[in-house]
Design a protein around this ligand. Sequence first.
Ligand code: FE2
Length: 352
Amino acid sequence: MIKEAYIEEVVNKTNPSVIAGSNLIIQASDIASELEQLRREVKNEKAKIFEIDQLAATKIELAYHLKEKEKRAAELLIANKELSFQNTEKAKRVDELIIANEEKEKRAAELVVANEELRYQNQEKEDRAAELAVANKELAYQNNEKEKRAAELALSNNRLHIALIDIVQIITKLGEMRDPYTSGHERRVGEIAAAISQELGFDPQYQEKMRLAGYMHDVGKTSIPTEILSKPGKLIEQEYALIQTHAQVGHDILKGVHFDPSIALIALQHHERVDGSGYPNKLKGNEILMEARILAVADVIEAMSSHRPYRAALGVDVALKEVTSHRGTYFDSVVVDAMVRLVEQKGYRIPV
Ligand SMILES: [Fe+2]
């Protein structure tokens, strides 16, 4: 407003040329104004262009950031997938662990039950062991009592046996008093029979039985008259027949005695011969008791080795020859062999 007022004042005060000049100036001024206007517009446009460039740069930068974000998002997506996979795996593993734990718990429960069962069984065993211990003590006590009783019985039996031997010896002595020429025959036959039994491997109880059988095998001779028993010289047939009855009589006497029943049978069979030629029943081989077969050999060995009213002692060699010559016919081969072994190989001597 100040410039325009100034220009109007100038125009009013100047001449037409001046006025014409003034118009030019005015025009120039307008042009300048327009130029100025244009400059401002250009400047504004540049500013806009700059802003647009700034916006474009910002856009590029945003695009870059967007791409980075997309890239990061893709990476995050991959990472998420990986995490998801890992989580799935972990979940599976957790399930497996849960199952494993359940199995463990189940197993632990089973072990608890098993332990309980074992504890119960151990208790049962301990109870049983305690019962057995009591039973063992009872058995030990009973065994001790039995051993005491057995010892008492053994002592009693021993005393009875001694008493039996005493009685047998008394009977034998009575027989010998009637037949003094055969004194000691029964005792020696008993000793020889026991020795043969030992040689044949029989136990001491068997040997003792044979000793007793020897002592008593001729007890039946108490029924024979002493004249016949001590008769020097050969017996007539009737006398010999009477002598032969002593086997049966001896059996009849001994069968009533309540100890080993075989003693009576041995007395009965001691004159039997394995070929059936003996008396009183003409038994053969195994029909004759082994004990009687042993006693038969012992009887002949002792009789021939000793003095008799009708002859002098013949001696053990002759006696052995006699039994050997009848080995397997009159006498058992095994028994004869044992007798020969005893005398010829083991230095056995006939008792006196
Ligand atoms: Fe006899």
